[in-house]
Write a protein that binds this ligand. Structure first.
Ligand SMILES: Nc1ncnc2c1ncn2[C@@H]1O[C@H](COP(=O)(O)OP(=O)(O)OP(=O)(O)O)[C@@H](O)[C@H]1O
Ligand SMILES: Cc1ncc(CO)c(N)n1
Length: 297
């Protein structure tokens, strides 16, 4: 990264005044992973750790013009979408992606904030499926979002696999159904819904479907309320990996490690559901590097 070619990533998402999700989480994550971050804002939200107090959407042209300004000048190695809010914005964003021919596209199908506020209008789900999913390299729904997209309820890992197949048929090359919302025994680390005992409830499992097979990526489930923006941070790390030219599976592993560190080393900010720690991953990398250097002396 000594100046010659800096990877560049664009986030098309909503602003979170609280700084833990949306555009703010994305730009912090890009920066931490050595990627130059750019943004096209689709809506301004009034948020803190207690939830969403207001949503001020921007017109579709605002999103399209921001994307064009960045695409025509700085260039985009990878792009992610987050909160898009309505069908007009979805159509405008999809048209720009098509016109630039971008392929390293991560779609985080943001629908509802953790506190319950609507970040995507119900009637926009069809546009998301028809316009954006066919352009996605990777889509990263959480379990409730996967239920809406696939039109089925998900209560076991077997259900999750079926939902991934249904969503995969809508066009994305890979589907990652994240396990943060999985309250079942084992957190998904079981087959066909059979309970795996109490110990396993401490596991969080993300399911990856690549159009032919499944991979389960497990992490230690952290018992914390400070998970505001986990989905945004995760998909931003994935996008940063892709912008750096990583293979898709490597970018997925990087994102899992990044979010694990960010949740484990939570900041305890705010009086409600606080943000994660976007520095944690890099600090761990630096500590590890120092240890290796130390051992080599
Ligand atoms: N308590 C936890 N401990 C460890 N990892 C977690 C925890 N909660 C979520 N994750 C991880 O965070 C990432 C995001 O998953 P999650 O299901 O929380 O996304 P999300 O619901 O879309 O987030 P958001 O509410 O920000 O939209 C996944 O990789 C998931 O495994
Ligand atoms: C702006 C914005 N995007 C996404 C989410 C979902 O975490 C949020 N809370 N706010």
């Amino acid at each position: 990264m000594s100046g010659r070619r800096i990877p560049k990533a664009l986030t098309v998402a909503g602003s979170d005044s609280g700084g833990g999700a949306g555009i703010q989480a994305d730009l912090k994550t890009f920066q931490e992973l050595g990627v130059f971050g750019m943004s096209a804002i689709t809506a301004v939200t009034v948020q803190n750790t207690f939830g969403v107090g207001g949503v001020y959407p921007l017109p579709p042209e605002a999103a399209a013009e921001q994307i064009r300004a960045v695409g025509e000048d700085l260039g985009v190695d990878a792009l992610k979408t987050g909160m898009l809010f309505d069908a007009g914005v979805i159509r405008a964003v999809a048209a720009e992606i098509r016109s630039f021919g971008w392929e390293r596209v991560v779609v985080d199908p943001v629908m509802i904030a953790k506190g319950g506020a609507e970040l995507l209008r119900r009637e926009a789900v069809l546009a998301l499926k028809q316009e954006l999913l066919p352009l996605a390299l990777i889509i990263t729904p959480n379990i409730p979002e996967a239920e809406v997209l696939a039109g089925m309820s998900i209560r076991s890992m077997r259900d999750r696999r079926e939902a991934a197949r249904i969503i995969g048929a809508m066009g994305p090359k890979l589907v990652v159904i994240k396990g943060g919302h999985d309250a079942s025994p084992g957190g998904g680390s079981y087959d066909g819904g059979s309970a795996a005992g109490t110990e396993a409830t401490e596991v969080v499992v993300d399911l990856v479907y690549d159009g032919s097979g499944f991979t389960e990526l497990a992490g230690r489930r952290i018992n914390t309320v400070h998970t505001h923006g986990t989905g945004c941070t995760y998909s931003a790390a994935l996008t940063a990996g892709l912008a750096r030219g990583m293979a898709v599976q490597d970018a997925i592993s990087l994102a899992r490690e990044f979010i694990q560190a960010a949740i484990e080393e939570g900041l305890g900010l705010g009086r409600g559901q606080g943000p994660t720690n976007h520095w944690a991953y890099r600090r761990r990398q630096e500590l590890q590097r120092d240890r290796v250097l130390e051992a080599g002396r």
